[in-house]
Design a protein around this ligand. Structure first.
Ligand code: SF4
Ligand code: F3S
Ligand code: ZN
Length: 103
């Protein structure tokens, strides 16, 4: 499961489409956590797709991650600023790859 304390335990190593990427990143095998308010651990995501289907405000978009060992697409929190903290994505992800911090 994603580390809920990732903001303490990791560092921001790059930006992707306007959101933070928390390392370590070593492509293509290690991709880190994308997003902060809505955080997706790309190294855990198996591209189940439930988060994209269920998010009422379309926070997520698929991104290609060729040669990643778990899946070749990931749910990117491309519009995390739109999140309304319903927590559906956290509940439906079968591998607990998502952390939402209502803060
Ligand atoms: Fe979408 Fe709700 Fe998840 Fe926010 S908590 S990203 S609104 S499903
Ligand atoms: Fe990935 Fe979980 Fe969404 S596996 S596609 S973050 S439901
Ligand atoms: Zn991203």
């Amino acid at each position: 499961a994603i580390d809920p304390e990732f903001e303490e335990n990791r560092d921001v190593v790059e930006q992707h489409d306007g959101h933070d990427v928390w390392g370590p990143v070593d492509e293509p095998e290690e991709l880190g956590i994308h997003g902060t308010h809505v955080a997706v651990d790309f190294d855990i995501c198996i591209a189940d797709g439930a988060c994209l289907e269920d998010c009422p405000v379309d926070v997520f978009e698929w991104v290609d991650t060729p040669d990643h060992p778990e899946s070749e697409i990931k749910a990117d929190p491309a519009h995390e600023e739109q999140c309304i903290d319903c927590m559906l994505c956290v509940d439906v992800c079968p591998v607990d790859a998502i952390d939402v911090d209502p803060g």
